[in-house]
Design a protein around this ligand. Sequence first.
Ligand code: UD1
Length: 381
Amino acid sequence: MKIISVVGARPNFMKIAPFIRSIEEYNKSANDKITHILVHTGQHYDDRMSKLFFEELNIPEADINLGIGSGSHSEQVGYTMIEFEKVMLLEKPDWVVVVGDVNATLACSVAAKKLNIKCCHIEAGLRSGDMTMPEEINRLVTDRLCDLLLTPDKLSGQNLKAEGVSDKKIGFVGNIMIDTLDANYNKAAKLTFSQIIENNALHPNHIQIESEKYAVMTLHRPSNVDNKDILEPMLNFLIDEVGAEMPLIWPIHPRTAKQLEVFGLWEKVKNAKSLVLLHPLGYFEMLRLNMNAKIMLTDSGGLQEECTVLGTPCLTMRWNTERPVTLKEHGGVSVLVGNNINRLKEEFIVAMKLNRFPVRPELWDGQTADRCLKAILGYKE
Ligand code: UD1
């Protein structure tokens, strides 16, 4: 069997690493070995957004890099389809495996199905219901097309069934990101706060970080960072109110860094004494900070999930989530606060009083990748 796996952007790397490991393990004893080809579309290309994750997570260098780079959504999707089609025509895979919800996920599943190649989506069935979110379009199209839909939780399976997907296409496998978290927890735990800050400082700041006495924030969604009227009040809250309680460690995504410049907010951020401004962090570093943060403020989907397993109180700076299993009402640790400052304030006060409360949704057990591979090998049309 020949499988092509696809990655494109940062959140894909921690999902593909355990899957590749499962293939390697399988090949050690199988008579009929799997030929695996890793394709990187090149959507994320900076060392800190890509190469570092390959190194840390021991992902073999991509066999093929499509070099797509930055661009509008249609540019990224269109160029990826064109280049990926060439790869498939040459390699003739039995399966294409896509993960997550980035532009690579959409582009490569469409291109694969146009060539009538079987396609498997790992992390299928997540729905935010928000069609202004590019990722929601990617999820819907990918799941509509794929032959095998491997879901992280029961709610995702219900979403697919409600859309009319037949049971035999759906496999409940658990959350593959948690395989990566479990596999790397001990390595990450060895890092010190001072190492992380020294190695990644974007702007010098001599704040000392103490365990359980710091907040971490990540912010990159266009809905939060592409509009000054939304971004500026949030910054004021973060600097004046979160910063008054404890240092706020903020690894800044390239999109956000660009927007801070464009909106003339960079000086304000740099001068804020309580902000620890960092470059985008590696996987271990982020995991280390998450382990002992008093609170996480984020608009990332993956961090909501990691906070759930680590028990870090999480304010999700979005109005909806495709990952409801992480929310308090479903037993998780995260609350949706959108970008409404009053709501942020209220929930910040509540979260500050909370203790860590780790939760493991069903099958978030570190064994998901093996179940994914088993589902592919056992697939019957
Ligand atoms: C993408 C994903 C999003 C994911 C996020 C994690 C889609 C639709 N979005 O959004 O789901 O949560 O990655 O990071 O696929 N840039 C760099 N260096 C890089 C990559 C990007 O400077 O290595 C710049 C780009 O030029 C662009 C901005 O960052 O201006 C955004 O990059 P892009 O890949 O378009 O989307 P993300 O916002 O990162």
